[in-house]
Design a binder for this molecule. Structure first.
Ligand SMILES: NC(=O)c1ccc[n+]([C@@H]2O[C@H](COP(=O)([O-])OP(=O)(O)OC[C@H]3O[C@@H](n4cnc5c(N)ncnc54)[C@H](O)[C@@H]3O)[C@@H](O)[C@H]2O)c1
Length: 334
C-alpha cells in the first residue's frame, strides 16, 4: 500500500473539503470524484487535476486498486454509498450523521466488520483544539465534577432544504445534535444514559423549503451521562431569513467555568481568576483525514467509528421520541 488511492462521493461543500484535503495529504492520491450534479464533479476534478469524474458513484468505485472512500452526500445516501464503497474494498470515512436510522447504521457497521475495512464517522469536532482543551481541563479536575456543558444558538432556516427534510437529512436533531452528543462523550469520558427534550417546528410551510418535509427545528434537550455530567443543548434552525440569536458555549463545574469561543477557552475560577488557553483554531477536517489515513496505514483504530455514530444517532432519535411523548427516554448500550 504505497499510495492510498481515494474516491470522493459527493462534490458539494464537504466533498470539496475532503477532496482538497486528500490532495494535500502525503501518500494519498484522489483518483475520482462522483456527484450526480456532473458539473460539480467535473469542476472539482479540474480544480485538483483529478484523472476521473463521474455522475454515478458506482463507476468511481469500479476503478481498480482503491483504498479509501469519502462519503459526503446528503445523509439519506450514506448507507447505500458506504456499503458500496466497503464492497469495493475501500476503508470509508463517512460524513456525520452515520445514517438516518439505527437499522441502516448497524448494517454499515456489520458490513465494515465483515469486509475487514475501517468505517469512520466524520465527527470532526474531536479534532478541534477547543474540544481537546475542554476535555483535558474537565479530566484534570480543574472544574470539579460533575459538569454541565451548554450550547445555545438560534439560526435561520438552513439554506439546503435536504438538511431540514425528514427523508433526506432527518432535520437538525439528527444532523447537528450528533456533534454535541459526540463531543460530550469525549469531554466527559462517559456514555449517555438518558435524554429529555422539548421542541417545536417553526419552518412548516416556509417558502425556503419548497417540497421539503421539515422536521422539529427548535429544541432544548438535556442528555445525562453515566458520569453524572450533563449536556444542555438548545438550538434553532428555524428562524426567519436574516434572523439569528446570540450563541453561548460554556462548561460549568463546582470549581469554575470554561468560556468557549472560536479559538479560545477561558477558565474562570474563584475570585474571577482567568486563565486563557488561546490560539486553539485548527483545521479539524484536515487533521481528521490525516488521522484516518494514518489509521488505515497503521491498522489502528479510527477516531470515531460506526459505534460512535450509532450512539449519537440513538440520542437524536431518543430526543425526537421524548419531544413526541413528553417523557425522558433511557438509552440502551450500543
Ligand atoms: N462534519 C461536518 O462538520 C459537516 C458539515 C457539513 C455537512 N456535513 C455532512 O456532510 C454531508 C454532505 O453535506 P454537504 O454540506 O456537503 O451537502 P451538499 O448539499 O453541499 O453536497 C452534497 C452533494 O452530494 C451530492 N449527491 C447526492 N446524491 C449523491 C449520490 N448518490 N452520489 C454522489 N453524490 C451525491 C449532491 O449532488 C451534492 O453535490 C452530509 O451528511 C452532512 O451532514 C458534515
Amino acid at each position: 500500500m504505497d499510495t492510498l488511492r481515494a474516491v470522493v462521493i459527493g462534490a458539494g461543500n464537504l466533498g470539496t473539503v475532503h477532496a482538497r484535503n486528500w490532495a494535500q495529504i502525503r501518500g494519498v492520491e484522489v483518483v475520482a470524484v462522483a456527484d450526480p450534479i456532473a458539473l460539480r464533479a467535473e469542476g472539482l476534478a479540474k480544480e485538483l487535476g483529478l484523472p476521473n469524474f463521474f455522475a454515478d458513484y458506482r463507476e468511481a468505485l469500479a476503478l481498480p486498486d482503491l483504498h479509501l472512500a469519502s462519503v459526503a452526500t446528503p445523509t439519506c445516501f450514506h448507507h447505500e454509498c458506504t456499503l458500496a464503497a466497503l464492497d469495493a474494498g475501500c476503508h470509508v470515512l463517512c460524513e456525520k450523521p452515520l445514517a438516518l436510522t439505527l437499522a441502516e447504521g448497524r448494517e454499515m457497521r456489520k458490513r465494515a466488520e465483515t469486509a475487514g475495512r475501517k468505517l469512520a464517522v466524520g465527527f470532526c469536532k474531536r479534532f478541534m483544539g477547543q474540544v481537546e482543551t475542554v476535555a483535558n481541563l474537565v479530566h484534570s479536575g480543574r472544574l470539579g465534577r460533575p459538569v454541565m456543558y451548554r450550547h445555545v444558538s438560534g439560526w435561520e432556516i438552513r439554506p439546503k432544504p435536504w438538511i431540514m427534510d425528514g427523508h433526506m437529512g432527518g432535520g437538525p436533531l439528527i444532523d447537528i445534535a450528533c456533534h454535541y452528543v459526540d463531543q460530550c462523550r469525549v469531554i466527559f469520558g462517559a456514555e449517555p444514559l438518558r435524554v429529555k427534550a422539548a421542541g417545536m417546528l417553526f419552518s412548516r410551510g416556509a417558502p425556503e423549503l419548497p417540497g421539503a418535509d421539515p422536521q422539529l427545528d427548535t429544541f432544548t434537550l438535556t442528555v445525562e451521562y453515566q458520569s453524572g455530567d450533563v449536556l444542555a443543548l438548545s438550538m434553532s434552525w428555524g428562524l426567519p431569513l436574516g434572523v439569528g440569536s446570540d450563541s453561548l458555549e460554556d462548561c460549568l463545574g463546582p470549581r469554575g467555568l470554561l468560556k468557549i469561543t472560536a479559538d479560545t477557552v477561558t477558565l474562570l475560577t474563584r475570585g474571577g481568576t482567568a486563565e486563557v488557553f488561546g490560539n486553539l483554531g485548527t483545521d479539524m477536517y484536515l487533521r481528521q483525514q490525516q488521522a484516518f489515513a494514518d489509521a488505515v496505514r497503521g491498522d489502528l483504530p479510527v477516531a470515531a467509528d460506526a459505534r460512535d455514530g450509532l450512539i449519537a444517532l440513538q440520542v437524536s432519535l431518543a430526543a425526537i421520541e421524548s419531544i413526541e411523548t413528553g417523557e425522558a427516554v433511557a438509552l440502551e448500550a450500543m
